[in-house]
Ligand binder design. Sequence first.
Ligand code: HAM
Length: 419
Amino acid sequence: MSITGIKGMNDILPGEVETWQQLENQARAIFSPFGFHEIRLPVLEKTELFCRSIGETTDIVEKEMYTFDDKGGTSMTLRPEGTAPVMRAFIEHKLYAKDPVSKLYYIGPMFRHERPQKGRYRQFHQIGAEVIGIDDPKIDAQVLAMLSHFFETAKIPDVELQINSLGCPQCRPGYRESLITFLDQRIDSLCQDCKRRYTTNPLRVLDCKAAGCKEATGEAPAMLDNLCEGCEAHFAKVKDYLDDLSVSYRVNNRMVRGLDYYTKTTFEMVTGSLGAQNAVAAGGRYDGLIKEIGGPELPGIGFAIGLERLVLMLGEETAAAERPELFIATLGEKATQAGFTLLTKLQRHGIHAEMEYTGKSLKAQLRRADKLQAKRVLILGEDELERGVGQLRYMDESRQQEADLKGLDDRLISEIHGA
Ligand code: HAM
């Protein structure tokens, strides 16, 4: 029996990968003028990092992490998200000593043992960005402006930016208590999961998809109505700046995030076209996280975009594979040798050129050139080679000309690079 891949972990094949590359390139090009630098980190971290940052009572830590003891007996976890590892590296390498502000982005795989379905996988990819060291609401608005700009540039249809504030250690505990009191009176209507977690993580009940929980929490108090003065003023400023920057958004006072480190501004890019998996990107402020995991007291804010979901939303509008500039078709051994030399020279000059490597008939070679949608085809026959010429076809223009082989490589290079 042949060996298959792992459920929920997808191969990204040629034909699909071009869209991924395009999105990744777009992210790099958009983030760079905003002052972001790439950071690349291992996919494995010590388990403790995620327990302390994401939170012991979250779904991710309770049931979704790929955790194992390595041969030395240390508990390791395949990263379920990127923020905590970036903060770990930020602290470990004392990046704050070099610059009081760090703007970092990352692109890579994350792992969560969730039930796979459309838009939800066990290995998935995020493009994430984090700003450390600024608590001014201008940066919240700018991060959202950059995220919106990315979605516009990538032409992702039908997305809505939803924002909320989750308060801070001053106002959240009081709100949490009043929410628990509210839920206490409706405990019978809650699902089994929420009955269990409403005292440990009551905010998650607001996010539960079960009909009973939705109904029971319809009138629940909202964090937004219980913010302290500081959080309220911060949120008001974020909205003002978003208006100034013409970033459209909707306030969603029921939005709760699945990770515990959030404070103040939180947000999601939501779509109606992916069923239950409606968040294409999400993030927020995490002002206490760095201190919580042993670093200095510095604020942070960031987001992560789910690449698989973006690709699904782009649907048929996938990036086309690059067409070869030249296909070399040959007849006879000498011509094949000459063709092969020319092929390699062009490739070394950065030109996408192709030929058949195993002696196929001319007809089969031309069929392949067609299939690859080569822009030009050079036909080299034994007799023509003797005369020092070849037939050069321009496929888009349906024209053919006899080409002098002497200096043809340089002429093609300047024609293609000059184009
Ligand atoms: P998150 O909401 O857990 O946040 O994930 C961010 C995005 O990753 C989601 O909106 C979704 O598009 C994608 N995603 C999450 N889980 C899956 C999955 N199983 N399959 C496919 N896509 C998925 C975070 O991860 C935070 N670290 C974001 C952040 C950065 N907050 C501040 N900075």
